[in-house]
Ligand binder design. Structure first.
Ligand code: MG
Ligand code: MG
Length: 270
């Protein structure tokens, strides 16, 4: 059912989104452990393809506006939408992996950034700051609140963590029977703006953060988004919903229970 352009899911539909979310979460967990110096981004993509298909799900990335991969692989100064291929990962790189899956027509979408071996402390801090901002954004969502409560919490968290750039050209989004739906979920802004947060709403929250400015450009492959200043970037994403009891992170293996508890937020999963 759509209410003013926003898809409101039934509990059964959310349960199917949880199934899709678990496929995404499990795929990312395997890839996180497979990432190492010497592997190519194309090999990671092949693994993801096998994992998604063997789980009985389908990829929502493959063929999306012609995208050729099952995952996006964005290395170092690449922010999002990197195309998997022959690129060999090296010690000291970071890679953002964005993955999605569909189960019975319902979508999941999540991403994480991993360091390969030792990276400078400032890069480790960037990854930490980006992941923390994602969780704080989710934790700021409550029934009766507004979408920009999430945006504001993300921006506040990043600003408090250090001197980072927030990528403004891309946002989180509603998700359900399509991967990208209304409403947009910006990664900055004033609180208490935008659509109301209601039961049955599902959102993908995905801060993209850099060690420089938030300015980006797209490479000639028409996909890969890089920072204009060459600074490195991190990207974390989860899909979540709000139930009557709290937040349920559909793409997190534990439903977000641990990280939400640490932030004092009630768990809304089953
Ligand atoms: Mg994504
Ligand atoms: Mg997304």
């Amino acid at each position: 059912m759509f209410d003013r352009g926003i898809e409101i899911k039934t509990p059964d539909q959310i349960a199917t989104m949880r199934a899709a979310g678990l496929v995404v979460g499990q795929t990312l967990e395997v890839l996180r452990n497979e990432v190492r110096a010497g592997i190519t981004t194309g090999e990671l993509d092949a693994m993801a393809k096998e994992l998604i298909h063997s789980a009985g799900a389908t990829s929502n990335f493959l063929g999306y506006h012609g995208f050729p991969g099952v995952i996006c692989t964005s290395v170092n100064d690449e922010v999002v939408h990197g195309i998997p291929g022959p690129r060999v990962l090296r010690e000291g790189d970071i890679i953002s992996i964005d993955c999605g899956a569909i189960v019975d027509g319902w979508h999941g979408d999540a991403a994480l950034t991993v360091a390969i071996g030792d990276v400078p402390d400032e890069v480790t801090a960037l990854l930490q700051a980006t992941e923390d901002a994602m969780w704080r954004g989710i934790a700021a969502a409550s029934l009766g609140g507004r979408v920009s409560d999430i945006s504001h919490a993300i921006e506040t968290s990043i600003d408090a963590a250090g001197d980072y750039g927030i990528v403004a050209g891309f946002t989180g989004h509603g998700i359900g029977t399509e991967m990208h739906q209304a409403p947009d979920v910006p990664n900055y802004g004033k609180p208490r703006r935008g659509p109301k947060l209601v039961k049955g709403l599902a959102l993908a929250v995905e801060p993209m953060v850099t060690l420089g400015t938030g300015n980006t450009r797209t490479l000639a492959d028409d996909w890969t988004v890089v920072t204009t200043d060459g600074s490195w970037a991190a990207h974390f994403e989860n899909t979540f919903t709000l139930t009557g009891t709290g937040a349920w992170v559909l793409t997190a293996l534990d439903g977000g229970r641990e990280r939400l508890a640490a932030l004092g937020v009630p768990y809304g999963g089953d």
